[in-house]
Design a protein around this ligand. Structure first.
Ligand code: AMP
Length: 561
């Protein structure tokens, strides 16, 4: 169905907005078989789902092309958070503007008396959050007796947030013959149960796969050692320099830590998790909208319902629990025709699991190496040239300063100072501890290791052991630097390695101390290697850097963090 088949005022509103064709979910709800039916829809944020339910309810609202006089609401939209409710209301306002639609909002944290007044003046559509809607219902301000359609937006989120009872009370108070449209990113059992209880003969619509099929989101994955994850994230941010980037973590503690790390490095970053108040949330979102911040670190739940059109990069800093969450998180970018990139940061040991998850979801991801400081600097150069060669408007004051500068310095000096000033605003790329190159499978003995000690740990080739994983692990758990690790020999079931003599004892005791401290690698057992190393021919070798030489970034390698 095209937009031109819609009632005149809605078609006009869409044209005025510049929307030419329906998105997949909009097309699906406008199919003849969906007309007048209850719908259970899985669609991601960014799929155009708000306009989709706005259009789907047109049949219940409009009498031909006109709306009746506003009175008791005909349509009710319930959304989990204040931002989402306000965003939904903004979309419905322009969509129904030409039809003369009156929309009232009932949202926690806003002035309830103003809302009561608006309700008493009559509305066609009410949009609200569950708790506030229930309050108005109980006080008699919200009359649901004329309701023809109820929409539950992000229903899974509302149940997760504990709004089941509020939802049930609201639905129970509305006429049985109403239409119920249930939108949910995921369809866990409690959602299915809710649908069973409150819907009749619902048509199931899923456009999650199709949205992905549009190819607006390029998936990438990179395998790193757990201690290198934050460095890899920093380098990804620096390589892309996205207008807005969203980073997903599994817990609020991890959000807090990554956010602090990014601030420390000079990124404009905000955090969203369950520990933030509504005011903090609003401030964070405002900072992203007006570009004071460009990076948002969030948990899955806290990021729900956020619509940031400039978001072009999603990083799964911690892996999503399943393919559905992966798609839901990634769907924050690549919205409404724009291109986006979603990158999974995968700890080495979990690569196979991630490959299976991607295969299961039929997502083809490109496996990439973590961006190196050299790649980032090359990108910076291109971007700087691009920025500085853009035409600029200069006023008289600028010109006067320019003339004074030119009188005292050469054009080259001035240009270099300008480049330097721009570059100074960019956080430094990181050197990954395990970034010795993919060709490195075995490190061989090197100079400066006389009197070294050999150890073994109980992970080997069968456990995906790889020097790019093992080396950072040894540094982190043993509190030593990359330069203090000598040869690494990976055997089928174990790995042997050499530690500089002077630090061997400290290494072993730090390793044992760091066991069982919640580190996922804390159950790897370490023992001194009795009888020295095995004399097995290395599978492949690499040429190590001279002992302790500063690396390309000018730092000593393996600076402990
Ligand atoms: P939503 O999934 O409702 O959060 O919508 C994501 C964004 O896509 C919103 O900014 C919508 O206004 C926009 N949008 C909705 N429908 C269309 C369409 N048919 N064409 C282009 N953009 C759209």
């Amino acid at each position: 169905m095209s937009f031109s088949d819609l009632p005149q005022p809605l078609a006009e509103a869409l044209v005025a907005r510049g929307y030419e064709a329906p998105t997949a979910v909009q097309a699906a709800v406008l199919e003849p078989q969906a007309q007048g039916r209850d719908l259970i829809v899985s669609a991601q944020t960014g799929s155009g789902k708000t306009v989709a339910f706005g259009l789907a309810m047109a049949g219940e609202l409009l009498d031909g092309a006109a709306l009746p006089r506003p009175g008791a609401p005909l349509a009710l939209v319930i959304a989990p958070t204040r931002e989402l409710a306000l965003q939904v209301s903004r979309e419905l306002v322009w969509l129904y503007d030409k039809a003369g639609g009156r929309i009232a909002t009932c949202v926690g944290g806003m002035d309830p008396s103003k809302e009561r007044r608006a309700l008493s003046h009559g509305a066609h559509i009410v949009v609200g959050t569950p708790g506030r809607l229930r309050d108005h219902l109980e006080r008699g301000a919200l009359d649901l007796s004329a309701l023809r359609v109820a929409v539950l937006d992000e229903a899974d989120e509302m149940l997760d947030m504990g709004f089941r009872e509020d939802l049930e009370q609201i639905l129970d108070a509305s006429p049985q013959e109403r239409r119920t449209l249930l939108f949910s990113a995921t369809m866990p059992k409690p959602i299915v149960a809710l649908a069973k209880r409150y819907q009749r003969d619902a048509l199931r619509i899923s456009t999650v796969g199709e949205e992905r099929g549009h190819g607006d989101i390029a998936y990438q994955a990179l395998a790193v050692a757990p201690p290198d994850i934050e460095h890899a994230v920093i380098n990804l941010l620096r390589l892309h320099e996205a207008d807005t980037a969203m980073l997903f973590c599994a817990t609020r503690e991890n959000v807090r830590h990554l956010h602090a790390t990014l601030i420390e490095r000079g990124f404009g970053a905000v955090a969203l998790s369950g520990e933030h108040s509504q005011n903090e949330r609003n401030a964070a979102l405002q900072a992203l909208r007006d570009r004071r911040a460009r990076v948002c670190v969030a948990t899955d739940v806290a990021a729900r319902g956020i619509d940031l059109p400039s978001l072009s990069l999603v990083i799964h800093v911690e892996l999503p629990r399943d393919a559905e969450t992966l798609q839901h998180r990634s769907g924050r970018t690549g919205r409404a025709g724009k291109k986006g990139t979603a990158v999974l940061v995968v700890p080495f040991q979990r690569r196979r699991r991630v490959e299976m998850m991607l295969r299961g979801a039929r997502i083809s991801a490109e496996w990439i190496d973590p961006p190196t400081p050299e790649q980032i600097r090359a990108q910076d150069r291109e971007r700087l040239l691009d920025t500085l060669l853009q035409p600029v408007d200069v006023d008289e004051e600028d010109q006067a300063i320019a003339a004074r500068l030119l009188a005292q310095r050469s054009p080259e000096e001035i240009a270099a100072a300008l480049v330097r000033a721009h570059r100074a605003a960019l956080p430094e790329p990181e050197e990954l501890v395990g970034s010795s190159g993919p060709q490195e499978r075995t490190r061989e003995p090197r100079g400066g290791f006389d009197g070294s000690a050999w150890f073994r740990i109980d992970v080997g080739r069968r456990h995906n052991a790889d020097p790019r994983w093992i080396l950072p692990l040894l540094c982190r758990r043993g509190h030593i630097t990359k330069a203090e690790v000598g040869a690494i020999r990976i055997q089928p079931n174990e790995t042997h390695f050499e530690v500089a003599g002077g630090v061997a004892q400290r290494f072993a005791s730090a390793w044992h101390r760091s066991a069982d401290k919640g580190d996922p690698e804390s159950n790897i057992a370490l023992e001194p290697l009795q009888g020295g190393p095995v004399r097995e021919a290395p599978r492949k070798t690499y040429k190590p850097r001279p002992h302790g030489k500063p690396n390309a970034s000018g730092r000593r390698p393996g600076r402990a963090r």
